[in-house]
Design a protein around this ligand. Structure first.
Ligand SMILES: [Zn+2]
Length: 254
């Protein structure tokens, strides 16, 4: 047994599997014991032709990505975040469980790999960009962001410089929130309605910052807190499920 666990690829599988199982069993149990309308928001980072081992869980292979999206779309409607907001405003939720796809950080593979696939399948998604990284090496350009926006994708803000907003002075944090929205809207010539907190864990945002996000006119804010969301009137903050090569999609879908 010890020999087996020493094998590095098995070891990483063990690590991933054990870390996730309890969480997923719990998730599955809660999802089905409770029939109120829910939104499942998935978050991806890199989607690459081949996913080599990534300790930060930020990379998934295109093959696994396609199988996950196929499984999700067979079972539940994949809607845009704007559509979710429309349903929230109307208090009229079309299905018990709906799914939103989100992609953080604006890596070039979002444009080169994810966008063509989703466009071909007519599946909406939102891409959260940090304005300072746009046009940098390995990141998308404004022209690409515009093209995605004009072809059914939403562009959201991930701040200006991808720093934890709670580590900044209140003035600097607020600037990240409102200026990034303005810069994105000017460059893509479309509304930027959604904000994803950089890093997005509990220590990266607080109630004051959420109120600032609301105050400058965003319609939702996205967190990297694991879980699904109960949809109700005035829903504003959404938890997300971080997707990686090892996410047991069957548990997610039941
Ligand atoms: Zn990020």
């Amino acid at each position: 047994m010890f020999q087996v666990v020493k094998n590095s690829s098995l070891k990483k599988y063990y690590r991933k599997y054990c870390r996730n199982s309890y969480r997923w069993i719990n998730h599955f149990k809660n999802l089905y014991l409770d029939s109120s309308p829910k939104l499942i928001v998935l978050v991806y980072h890199h989607v690459l032709p081949n996913a080599s081992y990534d300790p930060f869980d930020m990379t998934i292979s295109f093959e696994t990505f396609v199988s996950q999206i196929t499984a999700v779309s067979k079972k539940y409607p994949i809607i845009s975040l704007n559509e979710a907001v429309n349903q929230i405003k109307a208090g009229n939720f079309h299905r018990d469980i709906q799914v939103v796809l989100t992609f953080d950080d604006g890596y070039l593979d979002s444009y080169e790999i994810v966008f063509p696939y989703l466009k071909k399948r007519n599946i909406p998604a939102i891409f959260f960009l940090s304005t300072h990284t746009i046009e940098k090496e390995h990141f998308i350009t404004w022209e690409q962001a515009r093209e995605m926006s004009q072809n059914g994708m939403e562009i959201g803000s991930h701040g200006i410089s991808h720093v934890s907003l709670s580590s900044l002075s209140p003035v600097a944090a607020v600037e990240e929130i409102w200026q990034s929205k303005k810069i994105i809207e000017e460059n893509i010539d479309a509304a930027c309605n959604h904000f994803a907190f950089p890093f997005g864990s509990k220590k990266d945002f607080n109630e004051e910052l959420i109120q600032e996000v609301k105050g400058v006119g965003y319609q939702t804010c996205l967190l990297n807190i694991h879980g699904y969301n109960h949809l109700k009137l005035n829903s504003f903050c959404f938890k997300r499920i971080i997707m990686d090569e090892y996410t047991p999609i069957n548990y997610l879908l039941g």
